[in-house]
Design a protein around this ligand. Sequence first.
Ligand SMILES: [Zn+2]
Length: 490
Amino acid sequence: MDELFGVDDFANGEVALRLFRKLVSIPRPSGEEQEVALYLKELMEAHGCTVEMDSANNLRIDRPASPGYENRPLVILQGHTDMVLVLAPGVDRSVIRNPGIQLLEKDGWLQSDGKTSIGADDGVGVAMALSILMDKDFVSGPLRVILTTEEETGMNGAIAMDSQWLAGAKCLLNLDDCLEGELIISSAGGRKMDFRFPMENVSPSAGEVPCLLRLEGMLGGHSGAEIHKNRGNALQAMGVFLSRHPEFHVASLNGGRFDNVIPSSAVAEGAIQPEDIPVLEGAWKAYRQEVSTQCNLPDTAKFECEALEKPLAGVWKEESAREFLAKLSNSKNGVQSFSQEYGVTETSLNIAIIQTTEDALKLTISLRSAFRAALDDLEADLRKHYAIPGAEIVARGGYSAWPPSKDKSLLNLAMELWKKMQPELWVHSQVIHAGLEVGVFAEKMPGLQQLSMGPNMFDEHNLTERVEIASVHRMVQYLRALIGKIQDNA
Ligand SMILES: [Zn+2]
């Protein structure tokens, strides 16, 4: 640990960067946070803090007030210890321990050697927060750092955390954002819905031959950040075409891999009379034109129609196929409401995954909204829409929305201070259409004032993940000043 304290300058962020380098050397993929949590517990206890570690490996780290500052309000800084580990092709997972994730410094940025992601998300946030508590020369009221686990795989640590960890705080500053000068004031809640429709198979009619329709190369993208970009949805596009062509007897429909990604491809297998194939193929090519007028379709997108070698075991029974395809093509999808005030999507859904099994069709839809009530309404709508006899419908994996607060005092204070300290850097408040742990805390402790911020960081969850060194220096200085303002203004 000694290498952290080679410099006495906590105030300019140098210690935060050293601590981040240390964190990079400790493996901490989601679900494997215990080692890093134990390390940080020992480190912070050695710096006079009281540390509690819960069964989810969350940490609550308390630093008492400096003498004379006991009456100041408690401020919480918060981040998550886990990271998304991305490995380059051919790189073994053991690299995170031996030789460990390597950090390179280039043109003022810390980045990886191309073999792994570096976990700047949220290692830098964790390091910034702890460096402030470690500085015995930093005079303040009571401070707490909360470090959660499994943020990247469902915010499980935050969800499991005792809500009493938030009790009595004046505010919580979440350090998990990735754009300097952005102050986040609201994030979306989300949930997933899984549908299972029983599908009866029948033999293809006499003379029918197997055939495949493939749609490939739509733009796809993140189902929160990019849902408003009119990129189309390959599964729904395929559904619309199939519902118009009853001469193609569908045997399977598949597409989409992740619930938070807009599906960019879809494949349908089916059976058709040989003389109908040229007509189907012509219609499929014409459909490409139609889709290109409805969404941003790249020139490289493919609409292919191929004969299939292998015979089909069966095709979907006519009525079930009709019913499902009609539902899919008329289903709500994409942006449902947009906030003019903040210029972001408020409520959206993504028809994410369709999978055909032997006797059923499985569909996953992900829902997002800044408002819980809107999520409930949307879920109810979808349950009604897809209420096919025999259908099983389950909602899961919910995380909470963080709606914008009516009380803007914390935001105003933070904005004002920013303009004073960094007049040359743009500062703005932002609402995001993605989930943050802040939403979980907002539900645990209604009324708690919260903001989310962070230094410049690009390509998180990627091999090219990187963080700007100067922006970490600025962010630590800003945070220290902001804590002072908040505790003074009590
Ligand atoms: Zn993060």
